[in-house]
Design a protein around this ligand. Sequence first.
Ligand code: HEM
Length: 367
Amino acid sequence: PIYRGNLLKNPGWYITGYQEVLTILKDTRFQNRMPLPQTSKKYEQLKNIQNNMMVFKNQPDHKRLRFLVSNVFTPRMVERLRPDIQETVNDLLQQVTHQKSMDVISDFAFPLASLVIAKIVGVPKEDLQQFREWTVSLIQTIDFTRSRKVLDNGNQITIILRNYFKELITKRKENPEDDLISRLIKEEQEGDRLTDEELLATCILIVIAGHETTVNLISNSILTLLNHPHQMKLLKENPTLIEQAVEEFLRYESPTQMLARVASEDIEINQTLIKKGEQVYLLLGAANRDPSQFADAHVLDLTRNPNPHLAFGHGTHFCLGAPLARLEAQIAIQTFLQQIDHPKLLSSDLSWRKLIGFRSLNELQII
Ligand code: HEM
């Protein structure tokens, strides 16, 4: 459950056991840090933005930033989006019914996640096409596979995104709307609760987080169903299972596979001493398949209950978008099963993106 490793030049402690991962996520002495070293002078733009994202902050800044955004993503607020999400799902599926094949990602999961998050944040629909390229590049910069080329590219894209959001923020300052940007501007103007840089970084974080992992959850779930026809039949015949089913997809094919922390002091975990300053990598995908926690851990069981998976993390940084991701996935998968008759994989040769932290297909072609 705990071993020292150096996966693709990421030296540190790799934690695969469920209890050990949970213990570390609960212990705030294991801190979040932005992935790029503060000391290096390179990638200034990227570092500035990452440094102001709540996901890489610790107390007290983390609490302050999270509080400012958290009211947008409560289960009650998210539930209000249900009719909109259902309508978007229906429209997208309607558009593919005449096609011979579809790519679940570019025809369905991506436009869905994109339209929903754009509406919440306040990004105009017509700008969304550009966001795909931006988010695909930026997710690589926080993955453990990042290379110089990825970081150079990420730095350039940060400059473009920064200018994009600066312009949008100026527009909303003049004409506020009912969106996250306008709400955060109000916070910024009414007190010293949010700096300009934090406002920018928060918009960028929510847009990236809202796109990437939700797309992976929906596409990985559909792939999992295609590979488990009996479970697909069960879900089709018992639509009320959808909530449990999505929890099982999150466990079985966790969209976020690995998180990182740094020990802020010497800490002993299961008789292993982790020294101050050492890196710790938490393998959520492995913890979610730990046989000492889950019976038949490698079996997909859509009726599994309880299902205390760690796919959204745990503790102070528990995923802020979890209620939204759950709702989008439930509606998308259920409607897909109702409207697409006998879906089949176009090819069994699947292409996965070369990432460690995220489980992400390049495309998912079905007929
Ligand atoms: C944090 C997973 C969707 C926004 C996290 C974390 C995980 C995660 C594991 C914890 C990071 C850590 O502890 O270091 C996922 C998965 C998703 C998903 C698997 C979809 C299936 C979303 C969506 C949004 C979002 C839709 C926004 C709309 C965030 C934010 C944080 C976060 C802002 C940082 C929270 C904090 O630092 O306090 N997510 N996420 N996520 N997620 Fe998600």
